[in-house]
Ligand binder design. Structure first.
Ligand code: UDP
Length: 425
């Protein structure tokens, strides 16, 4: 199959850990590589966000990234990208004049918009099916972030419209299926394919980085409030009171190296909380860490702790599990599927420092428990979440889309699709 991926803000080539670069970048790169291993040809379209990027780059056999001029050639926060989606769509559709894809797969709602627009610009009578993975949903984000949500206002009606007009939606976890149905998407058009973990990069055994304190707990991810790193900081004094004073919290992710990260506004907020609670000396910000250095860091930890307010999927717990490290996870979104309570980690309620401290204390006190959860996590990651398996499930969804799409179907025009501007669902 010839497959176009559209990933407007999340390039497979970007450095990870910054505000807008995380799981989606990993997902698009790894899924494309795994589909290519199955013999498919993949072109990933992303926005040109720097002047010095080549137009086309081959990143793996049968996978190329095409940078499309759409808005300024510099970093633009993803929530400001909507005005450039029509230009992105035109650039993609022009590129299709060289070679038309059999199917296009949009990642994130704005890419879905651009993918649908690009298919409308092709020759009349040619329907290119669109498969959509949202990665995150505006409805969920608004519910949790309220007025702090910086998404464009139009997301309220454009995102559900993308969902209705795409030929098939791929949800990454069972929780998302409920949300999609609530958005009005018929269940028959929804498939599930989770994110995966790179088992070559995160093999079971290997070197662990050195650590200086008796215990290390690890938080990995973009440094944004909804990842809930403050919950873990608030758990540190409680852990101390429970008899674990020599614990380091290592925080990986942020806008640059450790020093730049400490200047970041979210890091400053977190450091202020740590100072106020008297645990500043226990918190280390490592900043952005390249992929290859991640396995050693995971293995240096007694536990990985993920305490987001909500989580569309969450690749970090899978990486921890692949490395044999137990996960303390808020029981939200995708984490409820990946981390099995009392088998591969411990579930806790979101935004709950007391429960976080209690779960961590249980793990730190019991090496046997850590080992058995770690072993089970490793087995689960290997048996269920290899990218090869995820690619096979995605391919199944593609084939269903190709056979199920009525010949001659055409995606709605923009006017048909968004008839009442502002009619939020
Ligand atoms: N990551 C990384 N270096 C960093 C910070 C994060 O390689 O400094 C990777 C991390 O290992 C994971 C991804 O970025 O593969 C984050 O994905 P996740 O789905 O957990 O979170 P998202 O960013 O999608 O919210």
């Amino acid at each position: 199959m010839k497959i176009s991926m559209v990933s407007e803000h999340a390039s497979p080539l970007a450095a990870l850990g910054g505000v807008d670069a995380g799981g989606q970048n990993v997902h698009v790169a790894a899924l494309s590589a795994a589909l290519a291993r199955r013999g498919h040809h993949i072109t990933v379209y992303t926005r040109r966000d720097a002047d010095d990027l080549p137009r086309r780059v081959r990143i793996f056999p049968r996978v190329e990234v095409v940078h499309i001029q759409a808005g300024p050639a510099r970093h633009v926060p993803k929530d400001d990208l909507l005005p450039f989606m029509e230009e992105l769509a035109s650039g993609i559709s022009r590129d299709w004049e060289r070679r038309r894809p059999d199917l296009v797969h949009g990642h994130f709602w704005m890419s879905g918009l651009a993918a649908l627009d690009a298919t409308r610009q092709g020759p009349a009578g040619v329907h290119i099916p669109v498969v959509q993975t949202f990665h995150a949903l505006g409805t969920v984000k608004r519910r949790h972030q309220g007025s702090a949500d910086t998404s464009p206002f139009e997301r309220r009606w454009l995102e559900p419209a993308v969902g209705r007009d795409a030929d098939r939606i791929i949800a990454t976890c069972s929780d998302e299926v409920f949300e999609l149905k609530a958005m009005g998407i018929p269940p028959g058009r929804i498939s599930i394919a989770p994110c995966g973990v790179d088992l070559d990069l995160f093999p079971g055994a290997g070197q662990a980085d050195r650590r200086d304190r008796t215990h290390r707990i690890l938080s990995v991810g973009r440094l944004v409030p909804r990842k809930g790193v403050d919950v873990v900081i608030r758990a540190l004094p409680l852990l101390r009171a429970a008899g674990f004073p020599d614990v380091e919290l290592l925080v990986v992710g942020g806008g640059g190296d450790a020093i730049e990260t400490e200047r970041d506004s979210e890091a400053r907020r977190l450091l202020a909380i740590a100072s106020e609670l008297g645990v500043r000396q226990q918190v280390t910000f490592r900043g952005q860490v390249p992929r290859e250095a991640m396995p050693g860091i995971f293995r240096s930890a007694d536990a990985v702790v993920c305490t987001p307010w909500y989580e569309p999927f969450g690749i970090v717990p899978l990486e921890a599990m692949a490395c044999g490290i137990p996960v303390v996870a808020a029981a939200v979104g995708g984490l409820r599927d990946t981390v099995v309570d009392e088998r591969t980690g411990l579930h806790i309620p979101p935004r709950d420092p007391e429960a976080t401290a209690a779960a961590l204390a249980r793990l730190l006190a019991d090496q046997g428990l850590r080992q058995s959860l770690g072993r089970a996590g490793q087995q689960r990651a290997r048996s269920r979440y290899s990218w090869d398996r995820v690619a096979a499930e995605t391919e199944k969804a593609y084939l269903q889309t190709l056979t199920g799409t009525a010949a001659g179907r055409r995606h709605e025009t923009r006017d048909q699709l968004y008839p009442v501007e502002g009619a939020a669902l």
